[in-house]
Every structure is written in structure tokens, then in C-alpha cells.
Design a protein around this ligand. Structure first.
Ligand code: TPP
Length: 567
């Protein structure tokens, strides 16, 4: 930039570059357009979205996949309010991300300035750290601290305010920018669990009748796959991944008990939680889904997670892969293959897989499809490896979770802990940016897709060859067929779950520069999936029409079933 006039935007871009940021997700406007342009000049990829929600979801997913905070850039006021959806989702999922947003000139605070909002205050409840740099010269420190705080300890979201007058301030020269840089964030410190607690945990596992290992997405984030494989294969203890931990060990591993989840939870007497929290996804660790006598051992980076929800836990606090290694080294004897718990689970897995296979055979070539028959066709055509599944919706996501096996770590993203609809497009875009060589297969409900459908244009513009399958049942959970829809509409009693039948999501893809197909039966779906898989230069969407009212009762009883009332 020698000879050019430098501004705060070059300082911000140089700081991000210095901190190793290679991509930013966001939407520009006054005053951050200069920041985005400076970042592009500095060699940082900028992916411009259509709504800040999706941009923030993308940044959070990029943080999860890459293991370093994803960065989102927005305008202030409404931009930050929209991005808060992604901030909270990131924080609840424990994924690292940093939101940078423009804000009013510092001498106009409180005057009703353009898009004025106290953004630091707005972000504070949902972030680990939210700040406005005290001066122009403090920008490198504030950004480094936000990146460091987002990634260290339990990962989460951070916020940095970028006042318009700082962005526009003149900078003397490149040397000044260099001279005020803070060293790049170092890898998070690694710490081990208390050896005495490791010993107690090993003894407890050893004395268990029915031991079980539950793997959460915290283990996926911490890249604990090799250590877990070693622990599981040394001890022969069965394991159960939570939805986003699928693939740390392959779903086809003989010790994987996903298909026997209810039996595994109910019968386990000692459970090793690895990066998994006892929240709603694990029924808070309570009866009746778990045995009343169950004992938990918990490996987590966060001490405050221990003994949560009334569970008495043996706490193994530390860096997950390192702590798993500590346990593996503590000589837990191997369960014999003939062990009754292993046999029970294996038999339940076999029966449930056979039941699912029978369901997937329903309906002939030209019949209207349901979730199972549609997934059967899709599954047969997907490559065996290098696939990343993104999924959202209720039935769509729930049934897809068990229908599609995952074989590689961090290759499945979904609505996750916060059960957020609308994350799909942002997650798919971030996945393709992070994994350019993998096939991103997004399996989304028609309602869920509608939250961020316009991001099709973002994906097509960025030439991302996503394969999006909209599972279209005309509604939220279920819909109405054409006739019922028309008569309900006529009578002004359209159910709250209804969406318009025959919505041509495939044409939206075409209109946005991608490719679209409408598939109403197995044959059409097969042809569409083959054509989409052969496309590598733009975004593909298949509008998979399934029976609208085929399932009035939700299949995801594991989410909704309540524990026994407490006295
Ligand atoms: N808004 C947000 C942000 N998140 C939510 N979870 C909901 C609303 C409530 N909700 C749960 S699932 C769902 C909605 C709106 C959509 C389910 O319909 P669809 O995506 O079509 O999938 P289906 O169950 O029909 O397969």
C-alpha cells in the first residue's frame, strides 16, 4: 500500500490477516464496506450473504470445523441484531466465533446516530467477551483477545465493536500497523485431568456391569477421534454418539450402539461422557430414559459442567484427547465379546436396522415417496466417503440422522443443541468453504429451508456445488395435500403448520443461478441425484416431494418424551 492513504480499515484487515483469518462471512454496508474491501485486498476471502443470521451461522460452523474462531462482519444496529441469532447458536453449541460490527462514530453516542445501538451491551449476555476498542491503537489487542477468548477454554462467541470514526481514521503508514500488532493467538493450553480422578474413573468403569461411552460434539471439536478409537477398541466398551458426534468413529463400527439408543441408555450403569453435556439431548441424565442408579464419569474442558442437573459425576476436566489418553493408559480390562450388555446391544442394533431397512423399501418406482423411501434412493447414490451431511427440520432431520451413516469426524452438522431452524444454508456454505473437496449434502425440511432460502444466491455466486435436498411435505412437521389445503384456506382454518403445496423450491435455485430438479417419485429422485452429483460448478437443489400428511405424529419421541414427574 506504499503511497496510498491508509485508514483504520487497513489496520483491521492487517490484524485479521496477522491473526491467521482466511475467510470472513458477512454483509457490508456503511461503515464496514471499507473493512471488507481492505480484507479482500489483504487476501482474505469474503463471502457476502443475504442475511446476517446465515452469515453468523456460517462463521460459527466454520469455527467448529476448523477449530479456530470463524469471523463474521456486519453493519451495526439491525445487522448486529440479525447476527445475534448466530452468536447465541454459537455460544449454546460451544463453537468459537467472533462478530465484528460497525458502529456509530464515538462522538455521536446517544445522539440517535445512524443504526445506533449499544452493541457491546446487546451482545454481552450471549458472548464470552464483548468489547469496543478503547482507541484506534487498541484494535489489534481487542481482536486478538476476542479470537483468543472465543477459542480458549470452552469455546464460544465474542464481539468486537468497530466505530465508524476508527474505521475511517488515517493511519500514518504500514510500519505503524506492524508496530502495534499483538502476537497471533497461540494454540489453547492443554491440561490434564486430576490423576486421582482418572484412577477413580478407571476403577468405576472396571466395576461396571454395563459400561457405555457417550460421545458428544465437544469431542469432535477437540479432535479426539484417534484417542477415542484407541480407548474404545482397547476396552471393547460400546459407544453412542450424540447427533453431531456421529463419524468420530464410523457409524458402522461394531461397538456403535446408535440403533439401540434407548436400550443403551436404559441399561447402562456407568457412563463415560466425552464432550457431551447432560442437557435435553441426553434427557438431563434423568430416569426414565436412564437407570436411576446410573453413575456418570464426565470428560469436559469446562469444570462448571460437572455434576449438572443433579448427576453425581466423576469429574475429568481437561483437554479431551489428552484426558481420553490418560484413561486408556490406566489399564481398564477389556470386556469379553461374550459380555451380556454387548450381546444385548448388538442384537437390538440388528433388529432395529432390519426394521429400518424394511421401512426404506416402501413404495414402488412411481409411488408418492415418504422420508424412508426418499432417503433410500438418495443413500444408494451418495459416494461412500468425503460426504458432509447438513440437516435441519424436525422429522426430516430426525429420520435422516439414523438413515445416513457417517464415517468421518466433523462431517455432520445439524440444528444441534439450540434446535435452530434456518442454520442449513449457512452451515452448508461454511462446510464447502472449509472442505472444498468434499460433497456437501444438505437434507432439510421445507419449513427449515425457507428460513434462509435466499442464501442459494450466495452459494451459487460463490460457485459452491452444494447438493440441497428439500424434503417437501407442505408444512412444519406435516402438511396438507392440495385439496385439503384449498378447502381449509377457503374456510379460513388453515392449520398453523401448513405451507403452500407445490412450492417450487427447485425454481428458486434456478432463479438464483443454480440448478434445480423436481422429484415426485423414486425414479425422478434417482435421476435428479445422479445429475446433481455430476454437477461441480454450481449449487444444486432437488425439491423432493413426499406425502404431506404421512406422519401426523412426530417420530422424534426421544426429544419430546418427558421424564417422570418429580415429587
Ligand atoms: N424457529 C426456529 C428458529 N427454530 C425452531 N426450532 C422452530 C422455529 C420450531 N420448529 C421446529 S422444527 C420446525 C420448526 C419451525 C420446522 C419443521 O418442519 P420442516 O423443516 O419442514 O421439517 P419436517 O418436520 O416437516 O420434516
Amino acid at each position: 500500500m506504499a503511497g496510498d492513504k491508509l485508514s483504520g480499515s487497513e489496520l483491521i484487515a492487517a490484524t485479521l490477516k496477522h491473526q491467521g483469518i482466511d475467510v470472513i462471512f458477512g454483509i457490508v454496508g456503511i461503515p464496514v464496506i471499507e473493512v471488507a474491501e481492505a480484507c479482500i485486498r489483504a487476501g482474505i476471502r469474503f463471502i457476502g450473504f443475504r442475511n446476517e443470521q446465515s452469515a453468523a451461522y456460517a462463521a460459527s460452523a466454520y469455527g467448529y470445523l476448523s477449530g479456530k474462531p470463524g469471523v463474521c462482519l456486519t453493519v451495526g444496529g439491525p445487522g448486529v441484531i440479525h447476527a445475534l441469532a448466530g452468536i447465541v447458536n454459537s455460544q449454546v453449541n460451544c463453537w468459537p466465533m467472533v462478530l465484528l460490527a460497525g458502529s456509530s462514530d464515538t462522538d455521536q453516542i446517544g445522539m440517535g446516530a445512524f443504526q445506533e445501538l449499544d452493541q457491546v451491551e446487546a451482545c454481552k449476555p450471549y458472548t464470552k467477551y464483548a468489547t469496543r476498542p478503547a482507541s484506534l491503537g487498541a484494535i489489534p489487542f481487542s481482536i486478538e483477545k476476542a479470537l483468543r477468548t472465543a477459542g480458549y477454554g470452552r469455546p464460544g462467541a465474542c464481539y468486537v465493536d468497530l466505530p465508524a470514526d476508527f474505521i475511517q481514521a488515517s493511519i500514518p503508514d504500514d510500519k505503524y500497523i506492524e508496530s502495534i500488532q499483538v502476537p497471533p493467538v497461540q494454540p489453547a493450553p492443554v491440561y490434564l485431568a486430576d490423576p486421582a480422578a482418572v484412577k477413580t474413573a478407571a476403577q468405576t468403569l472396571q466395576s461396571a456391569q454395563n459400561p457405555l461411552i457417550v460421545i458428544g460434539k465437544g469431542a469432535a471439536y477437540a479432535r479426539a477421534e484417534n484417542e477415542l478409537k484407541s480407548l474404545i477398541e482397547t476396552t471393547n466398551i460400546p459407544f453412542l454418539p450424540t447427533p453431531m458426534a456421529k463419524g468420530l468413529l464410523s457409524d458402522s463400527h461394531p461397538l456403535c450402539s446408535s440403533a439401540a439408543r434407548s436400550t443403551a441408555l436404559k441399561q447402562a450403569d456407568v457412563v463415560l461422557l466425552v464432550g457431551a453435556r447432560l442437557n435435553w439431548i441426553l434427557h438431563f441424565g434423568h430416569s426414565p430414559r436412564w437407570s436411576k442408579q446410573v453413575k456418570f464419569i464426565q470428560i469436559d474442558i469446562e469444570p462448571e459442567e460437572m455434576n449438572n442437573n443433579g448427576a453425581i459425576t466423576i469429574p475429568l476436566v481437561g483437554h479431551i484427547p489428552a484426558v481420553v489418553r490418560q484413561l486408556t493408559q490406566s489399564s481398564i480390562p477389556r470386556l469379553p465379546d461374550s459380555h451380556s450388555f454387548l450381546r444385548t446391544l448388538q442384537s437390538a442394533v440388528k433388529t432395529n436396522i432390519q426394521k429400518a431397512a424394511a421401512k426404506s423399501k416402501q413404495g414402488d418406482e412411481t409411488a408418492v415417496m415418504n422420508y424412508h423411501s426418499a432417503y433410500d434412493e438418495i443413500k444408494k447414490l451418495l459416494p461412500a466417503k468425503d460426504v458432509v451431511f447438513v440437516s435441519e427440520g424436525a422429522n426430516t432431520m430426525d429420520i435422516a440422522r439414523s438413515a445416513f451413516d457417517v464415517h468421518e469426524p466433523r462431517c455432520r452438522l445439524d440444528a444441534a443443541t439450540f434446535a435452530t431452524m434456518g442454520v442449513g444454508m449457512g452451515f452448508a456454505i461454511a462446510s464447502q468453504v472449509y472442505y472444498p473437496e468434499k460433497r456437501i449434502v444438505s437434507i432439510v425440511g421445507d419449513s427449515a429451508f425457507g428460513f434462509s432460502a435466499m442464501e442459494l444466491e450466495t452459494a451459487a455466486r460463490a460457485k459452491l456445488p452444494l447438493l440441497i435436498l428439500v424434503i417437501n411435505n407442505n408444512g412444519i412437521y406435516h402438511g396438507l395435500d392440495h385439496n385439503d389445503y384449498e378447502s381449509s384456506r377457503e374456510n379460513n382454518n388453515l392449520p398453523s403448520t401448513a405451507l403452500s403445496p407445490d412450492t417450487r423450491y427447485d425454481l428458486i435455485a434456478e432463479a438464483c443461478g443454480g440448478r434445480g430438479w423436481l422429484a415426485k417419485n423414486r425414479k425422478e429422485l434417482r435421476e435428479a441425484v445422479k445429475a446433481a452429483l455430476a454437477t461441480r460448478d454450481t449449487t444444486c437443489l432437488i425439491n423432493v416431494v413426499i406425502t404431506p400428511g404421512g406422519r401426523t405424529k412426530l417420530e422424534f419421541g426421544w426429544m419430546t418424551k418427558k421424564s417422570e414427574p418429580k415429587l
